[in-house]
Ligand binder design. Structure first.
Ligand code: ADP
Length: 487
């Protein structure tokens, strides 16, 4: 699938350190999850190269921070336009290594690029303040300055957007970055880095350390232990987030963490059912259910339960599963066999405890990768593992509830708190429920909530900090108070 790129030079297999494409001591394989085919062998870097990248970033910092926000923004805007100009190639690379349908990959290129444009503009508004003095001989000033060298460790489910959402605010704020992309999807990261160089990014300001699963642990340790790295941003599992947080304790590093979710999707009796079904489809099955904001637990009120599950199952049964390059395919493979095993384990547990399959319920008969049928389950209850664990696959368990209070209680009964959704036409209920949900994000009558202008992030064990929006810049800026005396 990568033979037909319009610009084959976007296909990079070396890592980027200090503006140079470099090799490590070995290489690791990147596969197409739809076919299992080998796509590329990518440089496998370790501790020494990571130290080198951190030093290069630190050396590049003074000149980068000395530029005005507008001048940094001009480079970012060029980068943004280059992503759009090469959107077709970037989408092909993404579908090849990640598996999502080509239309979804194109959508992600636009979404990923939007963060670059947004923060290019937003950094010019990193305002400080003056505080009214309480001493006539003094004045109080507050300024905001870049935190320093930043590290970003990113997942495979959004190979471009999870990078730009961290890197764009860091760069815009005046911080150089060292990125460790997911081992399953390094090619998208490297293509985007190549475009950053073409946009005029100075050497050392943006570095990409590619590494396989084992070396990623080593690279992560170096990034966390470094006193030069002042901020770590991570998107991935809660389990790895905890490890990184611990590793960052000795250097008291600033942290932004986007971790796991267990999103509830509640449909009340008074909802517009057809709209709720459409919302559930995009929220649940996008990216084959592999997003941290995917509906994980669907709750339908008793009065509309049967009607909702029937309508949902009918729409889900129409979904075409297959290779993401094939026209009409709306669901690709899961990322790997391990992901498929997890879905099958959770399904086995639910079926053993009495769940009823309305559609799907098995591997899809597509040769090659880890394909699973889009699935709807009824008769599910809180004893099943999928009530507590993130499925990260195309399975929608639909729970039944009686009252509004029950729905809120069940929805909040989790250690996670990222995204939540509900459908209702009652204005009082909309206020009550959106205020009662213990989540960082609430979608009311919509299953799609993310855009660069709004703060994305979670409460409880779903993470720390917010990405995107005005707030997304905060993590990359220190607040400095200057007391001007002797007036
Ligand atoms: P997922 O389950 O989505 O693969 P992970 O949390 O395992 O999420 O991985 C997300 C990112 O974290 C990837 O880039 C991966 O290489 C990296 N990673 C995984 N384990 C560690 C670790 N112990 N230290 C540093 N990075 C890690």
């Amino acid at each position: 699938p990568l033979a037909s790129l319009q610009d084959p030079t976007l296909l990079k297999t070396q890592a980027l350190v200090n503006g140079q494409w470099v090799d490590g001591s070995s290489r690791f394989a990147v596969h197409d999850p739809a076919t299992g085919a080998l796509l590329a062998e990518v440089a496998n870097l370790g501790a020494a190269e990571t130290e080198h990248a951190i030093a290069a970033a630190n050396a590049a910092w003074p000149a980068w921070r000395a530029l005005t926000a507008k001048a940094r923004g001009a480079i970012l805007m060029k980068w943004f336009h280059l992503l759009h100009q090469h959107a077709d190639d970037l989408a092909r690379i993404m579908t090849a290594e990640q598996g999502k349908p080509l239309a979804e990959s194109r959508g992600e290129v636009g979404y990923g690029a939007s963060f670059i444009e947004w923060f290019a503009e937003e950094a010019r508004r990193a305002y400080g303040e003056t505080i009214p003095t309480t001493d006539p001989t003094k004045r109080y000033l507050v300024v905001r300055q870049p935190v320093g060298v930043c590290a970003a460790i990113t997942p495979w489910n959004f190979p471009i957007a999870m990078i730009t959402r961290k890197v764009a605010p860091a760069l815009a704020a005046g911080c150089p970055v060292v990125i460790k992309p997911a081992e399953a999807t390094p090619l998208s990261a490297l293509a985007v880095a190549e475009l950053a160089l073409r946009a005029g990014m100075p050497d050392g300001v943006l570095n990409v350390i590619t590494a396989d699963a084992q070396r990623s642990i080593e690279v992560g340790k170096v990034l966390c232990a470094s006193d030069t790295v002042r901020h770590l941003s991570f998107t991935g599992s809660t389990e790895v987030g905890r490890i990184l947080m611990q590793q960052c304790a000795p250097t008291v590093k600033k942290l932004s963490l986007e971790l796991g979710g267990n999103a509830p999707f509640i449909v009340f009796d008074d909802a517009d059912l057809d709209a709720a079904v459409e919302g559930a489809l995009v929220s649940k099955y996008r990216n084959a259910g592999q997003t941290c904001v995917c509906a994980n637990r669907l709750y339908a009120q008793a009065g509309i339960y049967e009607a909702f599950v029937e309508k949902l199952a009918a729409r889900v049964a129409e979904m075409k599963v297959g290779n993401g390059f094939e026209p009409g395919v709306v669901q690709g493979p899961l990322i790997d066999a391990e992901a498929l095993n997890k879905v099958e384990t959770l399904m086995g547990d639910a079926l053993a405890k009495g769940a009823r399959v309305l559609t799907g319920g098995a591997r899809a008969s597509v040769a090659g990768g880890a394909f699973y049928q889009p699935t709807v389950l009824a008769n599910v209850d809180a004893s099943m593992r999928m009530a507590r664990e993130e499925i990260f696959g195309p399975v929608a368990p639909v729970f039944r509830f009686e009252s509004e209070a029950d729905a809120v209680r069940m929805a909040n009964d989790t250690e996670f708190g990222l995204a939540s959704y509900f459908y209702s036409r009652d204005v009082g209920r909309i206020f009550r429920v959106s205020e009662a949900l213990e989540y960082g994000m609430v979608g009311v009558n919509t299953g799609l909530i993310s855009t660069c202008e709004v703060p994305f992030g979670g409460v409880k064990q779903s993470g720390l900090g917010r990405e995107g929006a005005r707030q997304g810049l905060d993590d990359y800026l220190e607040t400095k108070y200057v007391c001007l005396g002797g007036l």
